[in-house]
Design a protein around this ligand. Structure first.
Ligand code: NAP
Length: 308
């Protein structure tokens, strides 16, 4: 069993920043990466609000820059695989990765989130057959066609904007009459011609056998239902935490996000959390990175204290 002073779980902006800071403290660190480094950044078309990039930067380019910064530290090991269990054994933390276990003095949980589903029958079956959670990855499959986008937050509005450049028409389907997304993006979307705003409307059914053929729209103000033919549907109705591997005793909010203090300490000594997995209001790349740095600082203090 390999032993580390710190194991970081997840290689999104929070995890990669935590890993750089831990390495620079001289801490023997492992960064567990399930997929390519970047997390949700890899599904982000354009990042316009990350400081230092006044003209914006593609999500995958920013992910590569984060990842490149990890390369020069001899005390940082990158471990490929999914952490399926975190066990707390007194001061020792044990992490199950594929067929192996890692042992750590401290853990930084940066496992992030996954897209929430609409919760409708057929949704799982039609995922990848017309239903998607990534305009950047799948938008081109619908070139010149008609798609729906569900949601009213920043993700839905930004991804809808991206899709308007590819498809013939976007139906933006949102359950309320006002948006959660920042006005800058909403105004931009409103100025585009090939968008139809389906407000106060929810999707009540998904139709299609081999692939999505359309959705039933329910108008919440009138109660009317109608069929809307669609080639594709992009669902952006928020996120849920990737936290199945966590021990039951870790404190979480009612939605399952991990509760920390301002130093990113959880209720379990030596266990820290940063980024989208945390219970908080603001989910941004910059806040994830900042929390990664804060968590690394707290790990350093914890290890200094623990080791005397
Ligand atoms: P979000 O802000 O939680 O918005 C989710 C949207 O989906 C809301 O409009 C919500 O409606 C709607 N919704 C939720 N459940 C639904 C359901 N069952 N059926 C229909 N609609 C449903 O999620 P997000 O847009 O993915 O953003 C998540 C976080 O990432 C936010 O903190 C956001 O600011 C951040 N983010 C930032 C950027 C950026 O800064 N450029 C880009 C993307 C995401 P209600 O409005 O009625 O609740």
């Amino acid at each position: 069993m390999k032993r580390y002073e710190a194991v970081v779980v997840g290689a999104g902006p929070a995890g990669m920043t935590a890993a750089v800071y831990l390495a620079r403290f001289g801490i023997k660190t492992a960064l567990a990466e399930q997929l390519s480094p970047g997390g949700l950044l890899l599904q982000t078309c354009e990042v316009e609000n990350y400081p230092g990039f006044p003209k914006g930067i593609k999500g995958y380019e920013l992910a590569d820059l984060f990842s490149d910064q990890l390369e020069s530290y001899a005390n940082l090991t990158r471990v490929q695989g999914e952490i399926s269990e975190l066990k707390i054994d007194g001061e020792r933390k044990l992490l199950h990765v594929d067929e192996d276990w890692l042992e750590a003095d401290s853990v930084v949980i940066c496992s992030g989130v996954r897209h929430r589903k609409l919760g409708l029958p057929n949704e799982d079956r039609l995922l990848g057959r017309g239903i998607s959670h990534c305009a950047m990855c799948d938008g081109n499959f619908f070139r010149g066609q008609v798609v729906g986008v569900a949601g009213g937050g920043n993700s839905a509005v930004e991804e809808a904007l991206h899709l308007t450049k590819i498809v013939s028409k976007v139906h933006l389907i949102h359950r309320r009459n006002s948006f959660r997304a920042v006005p800058l993006y909403v105004d931009r979307l409103k100025s585009v011609k090939n968008v139809v705003f389906e407000m106060c409307t929810v999707i009540s059914a998904l139709h299609g056998e081999k692939e999505l053929e359309g959705v039933s729209l329910k108008r919440l103000d009138t109660g009317n239902e109608e069929f809307l033919p669609l080639n594709g549907l992009f669902v952006f109705v928020g996120f849920e935490p990737l936290s199945r591997f966590l021990p039951a005793e870790i404190a979480r909010d009612e939605q399952g996000f991990v509760i920390t203090d301002t130093e990113m300490r959880t209720n379990l000594p030596g266990v820290f959390a940063a980024g989208d997995i945390r219970s908080k209001l603001c989910r941004q790349i910059i806040t994830a990175a900042g929390e990664g740095a804060t968590a690394a600082n707290a790990v350093n203090s914890y290890l200094e204290h623990a080791h005397g």
